[in-house]
Ligand binder design. Sequence first.
Ligand SMILES: [Zn+2]
Length: 336
Amino acid sequence: MHIHSIMQRGAALLLPIAVLLSSCGTKKDEPMPPPKPAMTFQMPRDVPEFSGERTFELLKKQVAFGPRVPNTPAHAACLNWMVDFLRPLADTVRVQEFSMGGYDGITLRMSNVIASFKPDAKERVLLCAHWDSRPRADREKDSSRQRIAIPGANDGASGVAVLLHLAEVFARICPTVGVDLVFFDGEDYGREGDESMYCLGSKYFAATVPEGYAPLYGVLLDLVGDKDAVFPQEEFSVQYAGDIVRMVWSAAGQLGVPNFKVQGHGGIIDDHHALNTTAGIRTIDIIDAELVGHAAADPRRKYWHTLADTPEQCSPLTLGRVGKVLLHVLLGTKPV
Ligand SMILES: [Zn+2]
């Protein structure tokens, strides 16, 4: 994902023009908020254990393949492993293959993976993360290291690991609503500043959603494994699905999970963006936002898009907490 500052400046420049065009000076140019979904949330009881240790194993398993960069053997091997992992757990597993032109004239071959529970249920929730990892460590200080692909332990593998363990839980207890676990490819391919080459899988998914597919809400997990993770309320999430942000952060508060902070953070272009803007699926991003751009005060936490994005930065505790919150949110979601 990348920081949204450039687009924010662009929007600020456009605003006076829009106001001039508006005949009576009212805020006609503001987008209409999407309708609220037909659901309620009640904190569930008897929620099964979500194992942070198991999730950490699944994170390390992905990293052990090597960087999951499109068109590499590690990418292909990890894809096969994920599909084989999910097939016996989910009701349906679909691989959405797509290809497009990459840098230097190459053709990128990519795959989104969609594992569904209760595929016929009309009331559904979409949970997603990106399974690819970044082909270049462009935030390394030493320029000779900037062309090496990153391990992507937190940036990629952490969110995927939470979803994979959730699949194991849902195979044992049937969720109340239908669940689609969507693993996006090609999120982290773009060169810094080249927004068109980020979030390739989610853009493809959003542009091709079947008619009538309308989840109650979506939750994206990105950078959810750090030992000292901090999850503020990212701006696009609040803008498009503020009620879902409040529901999730309130559940975290009730569960005593301290990483979810009730404080705002600027918009980040991530896989939730196309889901909100193209597919109309109201999706929030749970993201350790201060890692992005190395804004964290702690020097240890300045490893985003470097070769130091390793399992050692992550902890079973954080992964377990994120999974616990998600599991409660899922099981407490009731269609009305
Ligand atoms: Zn990244």
